[in-house]
Design a protein around this ligand. Structure first.
Ligand SMILES: Cc1cc2nc3c(=O)[nH]c(=O)nc-3n(C[C@H](O)[C@H](O)[C@H](O)COP(=O)(O)OP(=O)(O)OC[C@H]3O[C@@H](n4cnc5c(N)ncnc54)[C@H](O)[C@@H]3O)c2cc1C
Length: 584
């Protein structure tokens, strides 16, 4: 381990806990530690706080959470533990899994009673793999409740706004009932009235505050955590990347005692009496680590993660310099997702993750051979794994999401929004391809036309009967929840995820390998302490969020399995640093 090197320029700062990174993994620990009485500094590399968390859906997989229990959903710990044991197979680490499942409900109770963060339940949200033993159809997740940005006051300017492509004129749309109102706005007077109210509120917010003040999803999570951190007296520093860790000899040998931050005023040493927590969001934009850990990205340039751009693997390198290895034996090193590349007017590309549209009735995914390769309604991670399996060696992994005119006007496609928004800009910039017939669309995309026509004819016949004989689409509770049961019923389609692609013009968008973040990280124990190559905790060093090797071992059993552990292990680490045990 390198020793404490030359002092930084300004006089050092002292605190109890130094948190590096301001997403869920960092702020959960910071808020908890401050509420437990520690003095806390948060160092954030970017100009704004919140990281990928502020762009996310805000869902957390927390089985046996208090909101589910209050709704009468009770299950013993052995149930979700059994689900994880089955899903994780050889990567199941019982000590960490138990720590996560035991402390998740405590974390929710702590935040909802002692901070500004509130939750809404996910009691109708099924696990991804409904056929696995101990899977549940709901009651295992929570999401951050909408948060009023005005509570942040001037701090609102420090919060990373949501990804523009996922908003309506900068206003986030909450998943679930709210999203349904937006989809149905042109067909249901109640939905129209709902959307009209929201748009009026947005106009007022923009006039008074310059942006939407109604924060939802991950932006509400990051906003509420930021407000809670500020209220608890956390010292929040933006534009202050940590560049190296400081170490000292202690009773337990050499341990981590702080870090150097590269602040706008120059390097700053921060000495942390109780430890340092790494929460820099993993390596989604670190070409070298991607080359090493993502087999589909041998150049480090063909994985288009939707995660925040500041997440360049700093935490992992800091950990390695302190003697901690990065896990390289996970089932998948990243939380995979199909993304489309959205050209922006400033010349940059948004990596848009397709999380919702794939399961709606009337969309198929094909490769350039014109053949389907997957149940499109499966999770983003499973979709991508199927694409990687279907792609012959030496070929670039890519696919097309194909739909007809009725579909795109009802649901939109990727970043292209539904009616009444115009499709013209998306056709002009090449994001969307269009053809009057399937053959024309195939020509526009470089897909085998005859094969595509045969695929669609077969799919349409199956959609009329409601049964996907090739990939069993719509057969799990998760598939069906992601579909559109009410609309399918209305149109006489027996399967909520399947509708015939009938009338042109037809549309397609290309999807390529991407991710919501990364899974491989620093190995930790059940207290979130970082382990060295011998499996011994490095004194004073913790990791949470994507810097911590995923407790799921590179599997993706349910939505919310990155934010759930990020929040929970942040909470656990803070208690350990404070010398306390979490309790209900
Ligand atoms: C569109 C989208 C939707 C998603 N929805 C969900 C969901 O609903 N549920 C779920 O579980 N997961 C979801 N995810 C994944 C989830 O958002 C991430 O896994 C999670 O936010 C990671 O949290 P984190 O704290 O590790 O990292 P982040 O939230 O990314 O925060 C890391 C922070 O560290 C900062 N940083 C980096 N290097 C340094 C340095 N050297 N010094 C100081 N700071 C540094 C970064 O700038 C960043 O602000 C979603 C992801 C995306 C893209």
């Amino acid at each position: 381990m390198p020793s404490d090197r030359s002092p930084a320029s300004s006089s050092p700062l002292h605190c109890d806990l130094l948190v590096i990174g301001s997403g869920a993994g960092g702020l959960s620990a910071a808020v908890t530690a401050a509420r437990l009485g520690l003095s806390v500094v948060v160092a954030e590399k970017q100009a704004r706080l919140g990281g990928t968390t502020a762009w996310s859906g805000g869902w957390m997989w927390i089985p046996r959470n208090p909101l589910a229990v209050e709704a009468g959903i009770q299950e013993p710990l052995e149930e979700p533990l059994g689900y994880l044991r089955h899903e994780l197979g050889e990567r199941f680490d019982e000590a960490r899994a138990r720590a996560y499942l035991e402390n998740g409900p405590r974390m929710i109770e702590f935040f909802r009673t002692r901070t500004a963060l509130r939750f809404i339940d996910g009691n109708a949200i099924p696990d991804f793999h409904g056929r696995s033993p101990h899977a549940r159809e709901g009651g295992r997740s929570v999401c951050a409740a909408p948060f009023d940005g005005r509570r942040l006051g001037a701090r609102m300017a420090d919060l990373e706004p949501p990804l523009p492509e996922t908003t309506l004129w900068g206003m986030g749309i909450a998943s679930g009932a709210e999203l349904r109102h937006y989809i149905n706005a042109l067909r249901s007077p109640a939905s129209f009235a709902y959307v009209a109210r929201r748009v009026l509120a947005l106009a007022r917010d923009r006039l008074l505050h310059g942006r939407s003040m109604r924060l939802v999803n991950g932006n509400a999570l990051a906003g509420a955590l930021l407000a809670s951190a500020a209220e608890a007296g956390v010292d929040l520093r933006t534009r202050s990347p940590a560049s190296r860790l400081l170490t000292r000899e202690g009773a337990e040998g050499v341990g981590v005692s702080g870090a150097v931050l590269e602040t706008p005023q120059g390097p700053l040493e921060v000495h942390a009496r109780h430890g340092v927590l790494l929460a820099c969001g993993g390596f989604p934009h670190d070409p070298e680590r991607k080359k090493a850990l993502l087999p589909h990205d041998p150049t480090g340039q063909c994985h288009w993660s939707a995660a925040a751009r500041g997440n360049t693997g700093d935490g992992l390198r800091l950990g390695e310099a302190a003697g901690a290895p990065v896990s390289h034996d996970l089932v998948q090193a990243a939380a995979l997702a199909p993304v489309s590349r959205v050209p922006r007017t400033d010349g940059s590309l948004c990596h848009f993750p397709h999380l919702i549209d794939r399961a709606k009735p009337g969309l198929i995914a094909v490769r350039s051979d014109g053949l389907r390769f997957v149940n499109e309604a499966e999770s983003y991670h499973d979709f991508m794994q199927a694409l990687l399996r279907a792609t012959p060696a030496g070929e670039t992994a890519q696919a097309w999401l194909v739909c007809d005119h009725a579909f795109i006007r009802r649901y939109g496609l990727g970043a292209a929004k539904p009616a009444p928004f115009s499709l013209r800009p998306w056709l002009r910039n090449g994001y969307l391809r269009r053809g009057r017939s399937l053959a024309q669309l195939a020509a526009a995309c470089g897909i085998d036309a005859a094969a595509l026509e045969r695929t669609v004819a077969r799919y349409n016949a199956q959609a009329q009967g409601g049964r996907d004989e090739d990939f069993a689409k719509g057969e799990t509770p998760y598939n069906r929840m992601q579909g559109d049961a009410a609309y399918a019923r209305e149109r006489g389609w027996p399967n909520p995820c399947m509708a015939p692609l009938q009338r042109g013009p037809f549309y397609a968008v290309q999807v390529v390998p991407g991710s919501l973040g990364t899974f491989a990280g620093l190995r930790t124990d059940a207290h979130a302490r970082v382990l060295d190559a011998q499996g011994v905790p490095i004194a004073g060093l913790y990791a949470s969020g994507a810097d911590q090797s995923s407790v799921m071992g590179g599997n993706y059993p349910s939505g919310g399995i990155t934010l759930g552990p990020a929040m929970t292990f942040g909470f656990i680490a803070a208690h350990h640093a404070a010398g306390m045990s979490p309790s209900l």
